[in-house]
Design a protein around this ligand. Structure first.
Ligand code: FES
Length: 118
């Protein structure tokens, strides 16, 4: 069953910014690309590198470790299929950012937010 978990506030994620959130033991990276919100696991599916500092080209994020590219809209590598990111629905509800999460609840639904990773 999907749960909605607050992961920050709209003010923390203006267009062009990204931020980290910690949700039930997972590190999530949130992006605001031209007003569209995206949320992904902060772990590259190739070898687990953090993606939080990856370079963005439009909606395509380049892993800083070995350079694989992932489209944040689909989680897939552009054009080739293959490895894919774990993505999550995220939206603004009033002044809050809310992420839908399907994982089992290990603890009461709590999220802590980290500093903006600009
Ligand atoms: S760990 Fe991301 S491309 Fe290798």
């Amino acid at each position: 069953m999907s749960r909605e978990i607050p992961v920050g506030t709209v003010d923390e994620l203006a267009p062009g910014q990204r931020k980290l959130a910690f949700v039930e033991g997972r590190c999530i990276v949130l992006f605001n690309i031209d007003g569209t919100l995206h949320a992904i696991d902060d772990a590259c599916p190739h070898n687990g590198a953090s993606l939080a500092s990856g370079r963005l080209e439009g909606c395509v994020l380049r892993c800083p470790a070995h350079g694989l590219r992932f489209d944040l809209r689909s989680g897939c590598t552009p054009g080739t299929g293959g490895l894919g990111l774990t993505t999550y629905p995220v939206r603004a509800v009033g002044s809050k950012l809310v992420m839908s999460f399907d994982g089992p609840s290990a603890t009461p639904a709590q999220a802590s937010t980290g500093p903006a990773a600009t």
